[in-house]
Design a protein around this ligand. Structure first.
Ligand SMILES: C[S@@+](CC[C@H](N)C(=O)[O-])C[C@H]1O[C@@H](n2cnc3c(N)ncnc32)[C@H](O)[C@@H]1O
Length: 346
């Protein structure tokens, strides 16, 4: 078993070189409109944006920023297979201009745009990122009316192209069985508020002060929830390469687009050095499962199904064929990276 991973240092608005209906899953997080760190980047895409902001016309600038992102959502729809899913992590933004505080609601702007392109909306996830910053509560303190609620969550929109994906051949059914997740993972991952995914430390030594990376766990969960082994996962706003790393760790192929080529060294390092990280992650995943089963049995509940490919038991018959693999090697080729796997032998 092997997977391939390609990084394209280019603008994703056309997703050039990617064939129609060739991608199984999109997992991504775009630059957030009206978050100051992205103002200049949006200005490079459309100079009217910075002019509007200089004039204090933030509302129109916000709309033009989204018009840039719309191009990529249109292309994402083109390249997704029927039944394919797009998971878009997006936070809303707040901005104060000349003393007037305002919320810029990016998640609803992107949702409306994707619905008009033709996507179906599935229930979304609130990613709760708590902060203990001393200035967490802004406004009029303990006095009523003048304060606003602290923005401590982001959204993960989940959109599907067309009806649900079908697995009808014996091979595709068998691959789906190997790609299953554990019962207790299902219970956590498919809840609509994620409290337990912690933000990533944002210090990278490249041209930007902060990477705006999402945590590995966020990408890894989405990939395991909405694709099967050997699928193709696309991230049109790759950033530091988190989606690539999560895809290769889960035995999926991937393509990432990133317009900022100063990130190439960092992305290359993330991928080439991912073997130990991924192998530990997979070992810990099985450890967590075995611990869960032990506690469940101690509490008098059942876990009567035996895993076929690993030690231990599980709660439901749908889990018995799960296969977790380790990475044996990561090779560099002219078209990208090839990742080779070996069984997790326990
Ligand atoms: C929020 S960051 C993504 C972070 C990523 N999820 C991670 O974990 O590192 C958005 C990225 O999209 C890139 N970007 C913005 N517009 C783009 C475009 N039109 N095409 C390709 N990349 C773009 C930015 O340079 C930035 O690295």
């Amino acid at each position: 078993m092997s997977t391939t991973h390609r990084i394209v240092y280019d603008d994703s608005s056309e997703l050039s070189g990617i064939e129609d209906e060739s991608v199984d899953l999109v997992v991504t997080s775009p630059p957030y409109p009206m978050i100051a760190m992205w103002d200049e980047m949006f200005g490079e895409l459309d100079e009217n944006i910075l002019n509007l902001m200089k004039d204090g016309n933030y509302d129109d600038a916000f709309e033009l920023m989204h018009k840039q992102l719309d191009k990529t959502w249109n292309s994402v729809y083109r390249v997704l297979k029927n039944g394919g899913i797009a998971c878009i992590n997006i936070g809303d933004s707040t901005r104060t201009f000349e003393g007037v505080f305002k919320l810029y609601n990016s998640h609803s702007r992107i949702l409306n745009s994707c619905l008009s392109i033709g996507f179906e909306s599935l229930p979304s996830i609130i990613w709760r990122k708590s902060t203990n910053a001393p200035n967490k509560f802004m406004g009029s303190g303990m006095y009523p009316v003048g304060s606003h609620v602290t923005l401590e969550h982001e959204h993960i929109l989940i959109l599907r192209k067309g009806p649900r994906r079908i697995f009808d051949s014996p091979e595709s059914k068998s691959n789906r069985n190997l790609s299953a997740f554990f019962w207790e993972e299902r219970n956590k991952w498919f809840s609509d508020i994620w409290f337990d995914v912690h933000g990533k430390l944002q210090n990278i030594d490249v041209s930007r002060e902060r990477s705006a990376a999402y945590p590995f766990e966020l990408a890894s969960r989405l990939i395991n929830m909405f694709s099967v082994k050997n699928d193709l996962v696309l991230d049109p706003f790759l950033g530091t390469g988190t989606t690539t790393k999560a895809a290769l760790c889960s035995e999926r192929n991937s393509i990432g687009f990133e317009r900022d080529d100063t990130l190439s060294e960092l992305i290359d390092k993330e991928i080439r050095e991912s073997r130990d990280f991924c192998n530990n992650y997979v070992e810990e995943r099985l450890d967590r499962h075995l611990e869960f089963i032990e506690i469940r049995i101690e509490s008098g509940k059942e876990a009567k199904h035996k895993l076929n490919n690993h030690e231990g038991y599980c709660v439901s018959s749908q889990e018995v064929d799960i296969v977790l693999s380790k990475i044996s090697d990561i090779e560099i080729s002219s078209s990208g990276y090839e990742v080779l796997y070996e069984p997790l032998d326990r």
